[in-house]
Design a protein around this ligand. Sequence first.
Ligand SMILES: *Cc1c(COP(=O)(O)O)cnc(C)c1O
Length: 456
Amino acid sequence: MIADRDLVERDLAAVWHPCTQMREHPDVLPLVPVVRGEGAWLVGADGRRYLDAVSSWWTNIHGHGEPRIAAAIAEQARTLEHVLLAGFTHPSAIALAEQLLARAPRQAGRDPLAKVFYADNGSAAVEVALKMAFHWFRNRGEPERRKFIALHNGYHGETLGALAVGDIPLYRRIYAPLLAEAIFAPSPDAYAARPGQSAEECALEAADVLASLLDAHGQEVCALIVEPLLQCAGGMRMYHPAYLRRVRELCDAHGVFLIADEIASGFGRTGTLFACEQAGIQPDLMCVSKGLTGGFMPLAATLATQAIYDGFLDDSRERAFLHSHSYTGNPLGCAAGLASLAIFDQDGVLERNRATSMRMGELAKDIATLPHVADARQCGMVVAFELTRDGNKATPFDPSLRIGLQAYRAALARGVVLRPLGDILYWMPPYCIDDNALVQLAEVTATTIREVTACA
Ligand SMILES: *Cc1c(COP(=O)(O)O)cnc(C)c1O
């Protein structure tokens, strides 16, 4: 067995971690060396097991070490590990594109999503969508359509283009001087509903403000970007699908493209394969990543309609969409994506998830009644608990108490990875999680909440 301590020391001497104030390692924030993954579990170098209740940053859907995905990657690696995707293609990129298009949201009477542009991470897929929308209008002779509309509390990644349409101050504020101009519309977030106001009324009120923003600025806007149903990084905030139906109508009325960022919500997380399906709408551009490869390989894709694709066909290279990444359409990623989609069919994953998510909802009920839980909400395979000083929405904890961090440490000490967003704890497990693990997750969550709120 490898000494845990040794790995931590070597890591801290050489590795700079994401989303981390490195000074907090390892005393304030533990650093856990992981050497194996098995289903919903991670195995530490010291042999301890941790329940991965956050699916390793929302990527893992069928479980760690899923043998069918591992085998597909191994087979692809022996056959063709990589080839540039300009001037060349390969069977896995073709088959995965066909599969994604066949399964993409579809709305009767609309130009369907018809083309797949590959990238290698979610932020890049968002950059692709933003650039495509802007460039399409330029090609059409409408260069004045250069602004984007995005939602308050939204998140679309960390690169400068993606940050420009994001609204999480922690990630955005420092880089604001570098960012392209975006127009922000109110979030339809049901948590912000007034007392007595339904989630639907709250969503439609937000849509009314969006309508007036479009009336004022519609002519300068090329696209609107949303996370359908679920603002993940914004604290697992959820909203009514009626919002998306209004958004679709408003975008059509103003000739603005609708970009659905399904990077976190896609591949079954919200209950349907894609969240847009629950509103019965189809976007003009759709970004996917995270669960695309079952959590095995970095791969992303932006799906576009035929009309968008056609807007780039011309004799000139300038009119073409020249965006490229070295690893665009990497065969190992595409093979993993194909294996992951096959598992949805072979194992009836969406069907099984209906039972699992019902069980998650049941287990959440007792936690919802704890005195410091201001809200417990669920969207498919995501459950979130909002902790406040006295269980009232209006009385958040003093951020300097770092209740979320305390909860993280307390749960980790009990073998559960509950990585909070601020003071919001959430369950977003791999879909293969079994009932014993769910029960353990609920017990540890309840104990953790009691412990960290006891003296707060
Ligand atoms: C994670 C995420 C992204 C960014 O994806 P990366 O692969 O981390 O760059 C974009 N949008 C949403 C909704 C996400 O959750």
